[in-house]
Design a protein around this ligand. Structure first.
Ligand code: F6P
Length: 458
């Protein structure tokens, strides 16, 4: 193996450059060339195949900064379907003309689906990323919990998850945490801290929506920001219980902070937020407005009376507000945990390819005696018996639906990720850079502008 291709696909995370950096540094030490494809699978399929040599003379190019969020290669949700013979033939031809011997894809479940048909003709490995932390398994046998029941609507079945084990061990979790998750939670926790004090001053109920699609890991991690109530998509909303809890907390402290995952569902299974299709190869949807819907549901239940005594001279209608943290969770400088493990996983991906292992995913495993260790798993182990990959969900043992808070096991799960997740350099960066006078005198320098000078075409 002499030359490896690398690409970043799907929604970005703050840790993608760190993963690419770890991969390129490992490749340097193994005397492997690394060519980066632009904008995920889209670049590979482009007839001109825009690409960048990331390590001329086995030296990492200076534009590749592991501390900078986003990806210098760009990303897209372009899909490669196993049935698109023409697209696959084009990808094969482009890879062979560039004399690429192996492909490292950095992505989530959609990227694995795109990688699968490519692995038929070129060794492929995946370095995981997603702020949602939903790439992995709570236990090895988890995909077998999914069954399909026939129904009259398209596609003729619906997927049902049968209950799995009530308890799991941390060491069983496949891919304990994905790079990007820790930084997203870091952003959420800071937002909650800020929202808290203003809700407290104005005696308001704040409803804060966080990302994560069907998985509630970001909402779970928000516990570090001490929201009074956490709602996750895995547990259908119990409105009576929620109303009672809000009244109880409001009575004690005259304000309430609720954090909810964007994919939160009602008791009938319908999602609160509107969904829109995306071009995601995993068939994922985009959510919007779960917090707004919840606010409407609650205002008719809570009415004005909850706020009357505590908010004199202010209309009760302004007693509740929503905030969607949105894409700030996905951007900016990655914190230490993400930088470190992203680069380790990138390096591991290169090692898998160098060892001739294909269609494999680099993973982080947790060991009580060793902490985080690197490992890998065949991509097919994540698939159910029909070949589908399901987003990992928060295991029921990590959340207490009665208190609407994380459980004791949930605390155990989060601790190894977050105990030392922030480095002193992260804080120093903030101290020296946020109000740097240089920012007032120079324009933002985009990596896209710098990298364009290095792009080559077939
Ligand atoms: O999967 C990552 C994610 O950030 C989700 O948490 C979120 O719902 C979605 O992507 C947003 O996608 P887009 O970038 O297309 O708005």
């Amino acid at each position: 193996m002499k030359r490896i291709g690398i690409l970043t696909a799907g929604g970005d995370t703050p840790a993608l450059n760190a993963t690419i950096y770890g991969a390129v540094e490992r490749a340097n030490s193994l005397n492997l060339e690394v060519f980066g494809f632009q904008r995920g699978y889209a670049g590979l399929l482009d007839p001109r195949v825009p690409h960048v040599h990331l390590n001329p003379l086995y030296t990492t190019i200076p534009e590749l900064d592991p501390c900078k969020g986003g990806t210098l290669l760009g990303s897209s949700r372009t899909y490669i379907d196993q049935d698109s013979t023409e697209l696959l033939a084009a990808a094969k031809e482009n890879l062979s003309r560039l004399r690429i011997d192996g492909l490292l894809c950095i992505g989530g479940d959609g990227t694995i689906n795109g990688m699968q048909p490519l692995a038929e003709f070129i060794p492929c490995a995946l370095a995981p990323k997603t702020i949602d932390n939903d790439l992995g398994l709570n236990y090895l046998d988890e995909p077998n919990d999914w069954v399909r029941r026939p129904c009259s609507e398209n596609p003729g079945y619906h997927e049902v998850r049968q209950p799995g084990p009530e308890k799991i061990r941390l060491e069983e979790i496949i891919n304990y945490a994905t790079p990007g998750y820790a930084t997203a939670v870091f952003v959420v926790v800071q937002c909650l801290e800020r929202i808290r004090t203003t809700a407290e001053s104005h005696r308001r109920v704040a409803i804060v929506e966080v990302m994560g699609r069907q998985s509630g890991f970001i909402a779970l991690g928000s516990a570090y920001g001490q929201p009074d109530i956490i709602l996750i998509p895995e547990v259908p909303l119990n409105l009576d219980r929620l109303e009672a809890r809000i009244r109880q907390i409001y009575d004690i402290q005259q304000h309430v902070v609720i954090c909810l995952g964007e994919g939160v569902r009602s008791e009938d299974g319908s999602e609160l937020g509107a969904t829109m299709p995306t071009y995601d190869p995993a068939g994922n949807v985009r959510y919007s407005g779960a917090a707004d819907t919840l606010q409407k549901m609650l205002s008719s239940r809570l009415g004005d009376d909850l706020f009357m005594d505590n908010r004199s001279f202010e209309p009760a209608s302004s007693g509740m507000f929503t905030r969607k943290i949105g894409h700030t969770q996905r951007g900016g400088r990655p914190i230490l945990f993400d930088r470190f493990y992203a680069s380790q996983l990138g390096g591991k991906g290169i090692e898998l390819l160098a060892d001739g292992i294909s269609n494999e995913i680099a993973t982080i495993q947790y060991r009580t005696d060793q902490g985080m260790t690197l490992s890998s798993i065949s991509a097919n182990k994540l698939r159910d018996r029909w070949g589908e990959i399901h987003p990992r969900e928060v295991h029921p043992s990590m959340y207490d639906p009665h208190r609407m808070q994380l459980s004791a096991f949930g605390i155990e799960y989060l601790r190894p990720i977050f105990s030392n997740a922030v480095g002193s350099d992260d804080m120093e960066f903030c101290r020296t850079q946020v109000f740097s006078t240089g920012s007032l005198t120079t324009r933002y320098q985009s990596v896209n502008t710098d990298l364009r000078k290095r792009i080559r075409y077939l």
